[in-house]
Design a protein around this ligand. Structure first.
Ligand code: ADP
Ligand code: GN1
Ligand code: MG
Length: 369
């Protein structure tokens, strides 16, 4: 039994679901939190579902501050959605407080649990079956950025320090290679070399930020396709979820992380690298959709750096997977040994593809400027 399962019943008892709980099972394919779907049975209505999550204590050291961000951001988004005649219960996450009124429950080991109503009538895709789904996600993440344009960024806590500091990520990889606690470095020399060869790239966006060419905005920072819920009927991207890393950041990273995950036709941990390649057509579709959703929020410089967002988020993720593989898989959930190395390899393959198609990517972005 995992630690999360040990505290599941205690956590269920800490929230008022409005009706008897009839079951709770693991749910979703997130790499970080322990997620369960809870079924309740009201006496006079059909089953209602909730998402119950144990916030990863490895990823998030200050869960109370993280939840403060989420409560504030979801209330802010809800206000804007109400004003525009939308439905905040479907278009933004809603935090269900614990019985004691707090936005989370702390279990016997000090881990925090939280509850959101399940957003019904939606689908969550692990990969885009159609280009339309990818475009829908792009519009939703672009819109997310636009809606938070005037959010007071200085009131947000940094939930993971230096989260998208690619220079720091590379430094951490070097430490892991040197320490090599699991004796795995010998088995991944080509991947280590691939990442270290791109040291100069790691500074490109950060340097542009330092020089004031790229603005700091409120960003999501984890814009995988499976972090947006699509309407089951219309296919529209309606609710951006996984708000743990909403922090000041770069818009090009929100764009880029979606490209990393979605502009290809393979799983993130695909072992047959022959199946892994960047789909330039999907890059084009996502660019158009993201910019439509962002509705003029982005500056010329941000547009110019969009291909860099894609390359750097992919490289950085490869670096992070490799570091975690060397560290012994302590951060990203794995289902099999070597999975983080496999994940790293797909990222390296995608980076190499982006380099190969670089002028095409720039031309696509130029088309929409
Ligand atoms: P992680 O940080 O581990 O990725 P997420 O918050 O993304 O955790 O949740 C994991 C998965 O749970 C999502 O990919 C999605 O499938 C599902 N999920 C999370 N919140 C909701 C919700 N409110 N309604 C429906 N599904 C949800
Ligand atoms: C994690 O939480 P999830 O599964 O949506 C990670 C992202 C990585 C991603 C790689 C808080 O995202 O940064 O890009 O895995 N989230 C965190 O799939 O580290
Ligand atoms: Mg997620």
């Amino acid at each position: 039994m995992s630690t999360a399962e040990r505290y599941l019943n205690e956590s269920l008892a800490a929230f008022d679901f409005g009706a008897p709980v009839v079951g709770a099972i693991r749910f979703g394919e997130g790499h970080i939190n322990d997620t369960f779907v809870v079924h309740t049975q009201p006496a006079d209505a059909s089953c209602r579902r909730f998402i119950l999550q144990r916030i990863s204590p490895v990823a998030f050291r200050e869960p109370e501050r993280l939840m403060e961000n989420i409560v504030n951001v979801t209330e802010y988004l809800g206000g804007i959605i109400d004003q525009s005649g939308g439905d905040r219960s479907r278009e933004a996450l809603q935090v269900v407080p614990a019985k004691d009124g707090a936005p989370f429950f702390r279990d016997g080991e000090g881990c925090c649990w939280r509850v959101f109503p399940f957003v019904e009538g939606t689908v969550c895709c692990q990969s885009a079956d159609t280009p339309g789904q990818f475009a829908a996600a792009g519009r939703a993440f672009g819109r997310f950025q636009r809606l938070l344009r005037d959010y007071p960024a200085d009131t947000l806590h940094e939930t993971i320090p230096r989260f998208h500091d690619t220079e720091d990520r590379l430094a951490k990889l070097k430490w892991a290679v040197d320490a090599d606690p699991k004796g795995r470095a010998a088995g991944c020399q080509p991947e280590i070399k691939f990442c270290l060869d791109r040291e100069a790239d790691c500074s490109v966006a950060l340097q542009a930020l330092r020089e004031g060419r790229l603005p700091l905005r409120v960003t999501h920072n984890d814009t995988k396709l499976n972090n947006v819920l699509l309407d089951r009927e219309t296919g529209a991207g309606i609710c951006v979820i996984d708000l743990d890393t909403v922090m000041p950041g770069l818009s090009i990273n929100d764009f880029g992380d979606s490209i990393r995950f979605g502009a290809n036709h393979s799983a993130e941990d695909e072992r047959d690298l022959g199946k892994v390649s960047l789909d330039v057509g999907l890059f084009d579709i996502y660019t158009a959709a993201f910019l439509e959703g962002a509705g003029g929020t982005l500056t010329d410089a941000e547009l110019e750096y969009l291909p860099w967002g894609a390359k750097l988020m992919t490289l950085e993720c490869g670096i992070r997977f490799l570091t975690d593989h060397l560290d012994g898989d302590v951060y990203f959930h794995i289902q099999r040994e070597g999975q983080n190395l496999d994940r790293c390899r797909t990222q390296c393959k995608l980076v190499a593809d982006m380099e190969k198609h670089w002028s095409e990517l720039e031309a696509i972005v130029a088309k929409y400027r």
